[in-house]
Write a protein that binds this ligand. Structure first.
Ligand code: NDP
Length: 310
């Protein structure tokens, strides 16, 4: 019997994913029917993104798993109508894109590029940046994206510290966990990168109390999620000079409202949630591999721990 796959994501993605999923499933020898519309009780798998509009899984009585196209699953992890496994996206292309974005923004701060981009206004001032080996970068979150970024920065010789919920052992990275670990990580972070998921436990990880632990003038880069930061506390820390500059890609409200103070703050760079994205060519393979696993009774990859919310 054919496996019925419902594609529930932004309609513009359908013409991109439809041929990729069909080709890969065909190569795997899986008998499938892939559509954007099915009677709910006939669906085996949902290829899911929040902007597909699906939120009530109650009528999906035959569902085996929901396969997210997004790495961040905060909008579905707590959905009580979903009682089958939920897999998040771990995609090579997404990871590579994030690594490149993080490296670019870390290097901007490390090399002090702004001074020259904005111009020295006729003043021949030779501020030579330190070597990466003299610069400490901290990454909160050592998952798929945080670990790849940490390793890439370490390969450039930065002193990299990482923080996660559970203990980790990553070659070349000083790994910390727990609340004491967080204090140590923040104390040493000249440049801080947030790659945590948005969960009840990570909300306001950066707030007045934790921002105060950073070395004065530290730079913050947030490609994780908006709720990781208490915005009022960050703005106060930017105004006082405790935080030297922030590059923010994600926000509590997106698109960022036009009157938000982040847009005009002189020490904030706003990027519009473009740090990275799922890349269809590689991501479709991940989705198909999970369908194959489901069909052949093997464990799914990248399952979300619904209790932890990521
Ligand atoms: P993972 O689930 O692989 O990694 C999450 C990491 O955060 C893990 O190391 C985890 O710890 C750690 N963590 C979770 N909760 C806590 C906590 N309470 N205290 C300390 N550490 C914690 O996620 P990814 O790396 O794939 O993605 C990270 C986030 O990046 C996504 O959730 C999403 O929000 C964001 N993202 C942003 C994009 C953008 O364009 N801006 C694009 C894609 C993703 P442990 O290892 O112990 O489990």
């Amino acid at each position: 019997m054919a496996v019925n796959l419902l594609f529930s994501a932004r309609p513009a993605l359908w013409p991109i994913y439809q041929p990729l999923l069909s080709t890969y499933l065909g190569e795997m020898g899986i008998d499938f029917d892939l559509r954007t519309d099915f009677p709910p009780e006939e669906v085996d798998y949902v290829v899911y993104a929040p902007n597909g509009g699906l939120s009530d899984f109650t009528p999906y009585t035959r569902l085996k798993a929901v396969l997210s196209l997004w790495a961040g699953v905060e909008s579905i992890a707590g959905n009580t109508t979903l009682t089958v496994p939920l897999a998040r996206m771990v995609d090579h292309g997404l990871t590579q894109g994030m690594t490149e974005w993080v490296i670019g923004h870390v290097l901007r701060y490390h090399l002090g590029m702004d001074a020259h981009i904005h111009g020295l206004k006729g003043e021949w001032r030779q501020d030579v940046p330190p070597l990466a080996s003299e610069r400490s970068v901290a990454i909160l979150g050592l998952g798929a994206l945080g670990q790849a970024s940490a390793l890439a920065l370490s390969a450039l010789d930065f002193r990299v510290t990482g923080w996660s919920r559970s203990p980790k052992d990553v070659p070349g990275i000083t790994c910390m966990h727990g609340s004491d670990g967080l204090k140590q990580v923040l104390n040493a972070a000249e440049i801080l990168v947030l790659l945590l998921p948005s969960t009840p436990a990570t909300e306001n990880t950066l707030r007045a109390e934790t921002l105060a632990l950073l070395p004065r003038g530290a730079r913050i880069i947030n490609p994780g999620r908006g709720p990781l930061i208490d915005d009022a506390a960050l703005l106060a820390a930017l105004d006082s000079g405790q935080v030297g500059h922030a590059t923010l890609d994600v926000f509590r409200t997106e698109p960022l409202p036009s009157d938000d103070p982040y847009w005009t703050h002189p020490n904030v760079t706003v990027t519009p949630h473009i740090a990275s994205e799922t890349r269809p060519v590689t991501a479709a393979r991940v989705i198909c591999e999970n369908i194959r696993r489901g069909v052949q009774g093997e464990p799914f990859l990248h399952l979300v721990d619904r209790e932890q919310g990521y």
